[in-house]
Design a protein around this ligand. Structure first.
Ligand SMILES: [Zn+2]
Length: 823
């Protein structure tokens, strides 16, 4: 800087002060402080936040790591490896992961030094003592002032925030009894919703440990490639164990499907003993044997449609209850504020922690595209290239049979007056950016290349004259790109319409015969809610036929896999079910009087909740049977809360493992709060929403993320929304630019996406670390996920504190509910 550029000091401007406050100065200040800490040997142990916290926790007393560390001083003092500093405002991550105790947070470097002496005398730290004194009732008898026992536990000392309840002046309660009564009723309301969800999840076996494919002995065929260069040692021992000659592994990104041989999977399991039949209520029931079927005693009691609507009503009542609603609203705001405060205090520490992790960065942590439709999984340029190459290489191939005539590709293009040269992204016209906002109908038309449903049938359908060969070829190209990228995985949704019983076999044959098998891909079945369309074209009489067409083949193949061999094999790669259509269509409410499926013969489409119930009920029965047979089970992961009524979300709380979109949670604080408490996954696609329902800057994604909801980023329809070759990275990139996400935020989102996904437990262990399913820091392997332990500790501690409120209910359970559903 030249002397002439130096600003003079004025009343309003002080250059030296500004310099002291500048970003780089702050960093240096911080780094100096950290260096000092590293030199102080007595504190080394508390700062060790290696990924092996679990072992640390057993070595030291969890509640008083400082004292325990004293004896280890000599061992730790010369350890030159990187040590993270204590996070500020977060309890020590060394706490055992299973502990439900809410802990007094550690107070950072300076206080830790002071409190060391205090701990030795078993006296509370002077700061804590002062804080307590200031709050003590007896010291201020004349002040309008109530006790805030929560505040201390929340790790926000001196913030004066309390739990934000009460109707007196300044939000304070008039007296304690009022608070207690009001809180008790709110707590029991929330507990009621949680209990309902737990009941439904348990019944349908959608819990974290229910799926047989997550058990240790499950074989994934074809096997995933071995890790390339990490874990040398474990790899070596493993290969020494496996003396069996394995086929040479396929090179990822090439010869897709070459490692899949149908014969390797033979023989299939034979028929089982149990029987099944469709009951009069439209739900398939499974019976121990034929005798039980005669007596009508199914192996599991599925809630009837009436029970379902009563439970749904209970949730809706709570979600619209005034006090509960504002309680949830305040808790969510509190969670958001707490996160912001945490970031302010720990930002540099997080950066330092991620820098200390070798090799890992955002680009090589695993990310799963948790919501993407298979028929829109390629980008436009790719589809265009593919269509052009087909026109050039095989114009005389017969691709379509229409109106009694066989048509070649050339003839098809002649009939729509197009040549290969004419084709461009603009003529293809599949982008949905400007003209489809709030027009889902228009968006659906965008699936047709050049606006021609003929081209959609030829290129984007599995069931057509060429048996979906073109779609299979382009799918393999997309798989090759995914495998080459190595760190990007997808869960593709593919349709079963429920129009006839053959659909499942055709789809399974398409996947198996074309060998669409890749370690980067799993499938979800999407069921479009199109009953009204089939009815109006006289395809069926009543709704029960849809249920039959969708579920009967699944029950048959579970009873006897040899009855539909390819379907049985395909189902091992199917994670679950999705339900899709335009949610913004109006639904007529005829509560509690819904006719049964066999009587649903009007031309009107059943409402969302009705569809979800019948999917849920039939999946539940199927899952119980499949688990008993040792086959993989399914999750219900529908599109929900993209538009339309908020009762869609209530149905999701009750029946669904996780959802896609969830935009409307922003309007229902109580349900949003339940989504937080239960850590229900939400796969969000802000770019897709931006084109269809909600402008990007108004998307609640960032809000949810800060509040600690289990959100992930997904692409929805790359064909319509993406511009680049890597749509998932594009989604992350835009979010990072608009929302100013840090590298840590992006890695945390990527980690969420893997946890939400339906990949097998053993695969997730490889991607996230062996203990990933443990809660909090114990499950966080920084070397794999690149999320700092302090972030994970903050999230987990905050969550436990929130759950602890319900565990402390006078007539509530003793242990928090999180043991049932770890994140
Ligand atoms: Zn979608």
């Amino acid at each position: 800087m030249l002397p002439r550029d130096k600003q003079r000091r004025t009343t309003h401007y002080n250059s030296s002060l500004e310099k002291a406050m500048s970003h780089s100065e702050a960093k240096q200040f911080y780094q100096r402080q950290r260096a000092e800490m590293l030199e102080s040997p007595t504190l080394t142990k508390t700062r060790t936040l290696s990924s092996n916290v679990a072992t640390d926790a057993t070595a030291t007393s969890p509640l008083n790591p400082l004292r325990a560390s004293k004896s280890n001083t000599s061992l730790q003092a010369n350890d030159a490896t990187y040590k993270s500093a204590l996070s500020v405002g977060v309890a020590t991550p060394a706490k055992p992961p299973t502990s439900a105790d809410v802990q007094t947070p550690a107070l950072g470097h300076v206080d830790a030094v002071r409190s060391l002496a205090a701990h030795q005398n078993d006296a509370p730290s002077p700061l804590m003592q002062a804080d307590r004194d200031a709050r003590a009732h007896q010291n201020h008898p004349n002040l309008p002032h109530e006790q805030k026992p929560f505040l201390e536990q929340q790790g926000l000392h001196g913030a004066g925030a309390g739990v934000g309840l009460g109707s007196g002046s300044g939000g304070f309660a008039v007296d304690d009894s009022k608070v207690t009564a009001e809180l008790t009723s709110i707590y029991s309301n929330i507990q009621k919703v949680l209990d309902l969800r737990h009941k439904y999840m348990r019944l349908s076996l959608q819990g974290a440990t229910d799926n047989p494919k997550d058990e240790p002995g499950w074989t994934i065929y074809p096997p995933h490639p071995d890790p390339s260069w990490q874990d040398y040692e474990s790899n070596m021992t493993e290969s020494q164990h496996l003396k069996t000659p394995r086929r040479r592994p396929r090179k990822m990104g090439q010869n897709i499907g070459e490692d899949f041989e149908l014969d390797d999977l033979m023989p299939l399991p034979g028929p089982g003993e149990m029987a099944f039949r469709l009951d009069p209520n439209g739900v398939y029931q499974v019976y121990e044997n034929n005798k039980a079927a005669e007596l009508d005693t199914p192996i599991v009691h599925i809630p009837t449609i009436r029970e379902f609507y009563m439970d749904l009503d209970a949730i809706l009542t709570v979600s619209s209850d005034g006090p509960s609603k504002s309680f949830a609203f305040r808790r969510l705001q509190y969670l958001e504020g707490k996160f912001n405060l945490y970031i302010l205090l720990n930002e540099y520490q997080e950066i330092a922690d991620t820098k200390a992790v070798p090799h890992r960065d955002f680009y090589n942590v695993r990310k799963v595209d948790t919501h993407v439709h298979h028929s829109a999984c390629m980008n436009q340029k790719h589809l265009l290239r593919f269509i052009k190459s087909k026109m050039k290489k095989s114009p005389n191939e017969v691709v379509l049979y229409r109106d009694g005539k066989h048509l070649t590709l050339r003839e098809v293009f002649e009939s729509i007056n197009l040549t290969a040269y004419d084709l461009s992204i603009d003529t293809l016209d599949m982008h949905a950016h400007t003209d489809s906002f709030h027009r889902f109908d228009k968006f659906n038309l965008k699936y047709n290349p050049v606006g021609e449903s003929r081209l959609r049938t030829i290129f984007l359908k599995t069931d057509n004259y060429i048996h979906g060969r073109y779609l299979a070829e382009i799918t393999k190209e997309v798989i090759a790109d995914l495998e080459a990228s190595k760190y990007q995985m997808v869960e593709w949704r593919i349709s079963i319409y429920g129009r006839d019983l053959e659909e499942w076999d055709k789809l399974a044959a398409w996947v198996v015969d074309n060998k669409l098998y890749s370690p980067n891909v799993r499938w979800l079945i999407q069921i479009p809610r199109l009953y009204d369309v089939y009815k109006s074209s006289n395809l069926m009489e009543n709704f029960e036929q849809v249920i039959q067409n969708v579920f009967q083949p699944l029950f048959e193949v579970t009873q006897d896999p040899t009855s539909h061999p390819k379907l049985h094999i395909f189902l091992q790669r199917v994670i679950g079910f999705d339900s899709v259509d335009d949610e913004s269509k109006t639904e007529r409410r005829i509560y509690r009087k819904f006719p049964l499926p066999k009587e649903w013969s009007t031309g009107q489409n059943p409402p969302y909740s009705y569809w979800i119930y019948y999917l849920f009920a039939n999946i539940s029965s199927l899952n119980v049977w499949r688990k008993q047979r040792g086959f993989s089970t399914f999750l219900l992961r529908p599109h929900c809360g993209e538009a339309g009524d908020t009762d869609h979300l209530a149905a999701a709380v009750l029946c669904c493992h996780s959802i896609s979109h969830g935009l409307l949670l922003r309007k229902v604080p109580l349900l949003q709060y339940i989504f937080y408490l239960e850590q229900i996954g939400v796969a969000m696609s802000p770019l897709s929403n931006n084109a269809l329902f909600l402008a990007y800057e108004r998307n609640p994604f960032l809000l949810y993320f800060r509040r600690g909801l289990n959100v992930s980023l997904s692409t929805d329809d790359p064909l319509q929304f993406a511009f680049t070759k890597e749509p998932l990275i594009e989604e992350y990139a835009v979010a990072a630019q608009i929302y100013k996400l840090s590298a840590v935020d992006m890695c945390e989102l990527a980690k969420h996406s893997v946890i939400q996904s339906g990949f097998e437990h053993s695969v997730k262990q490889r991607w996230l670390g062996h203990n990933y399913s443990l809660p909090g820091v114990a499950g966080n392997d920084m070397a794999k996920v690149n999320v700092p332990n302090i972030r994970e500790a903050f999230r987990h501690e905050t969550w436990l504190q929130e759950l602890a409120m319900y565990a402390n209910l006078p007539n509530g359970r003793n242990s928090p509910t999180f043991t049932d559903f770890p994140l």
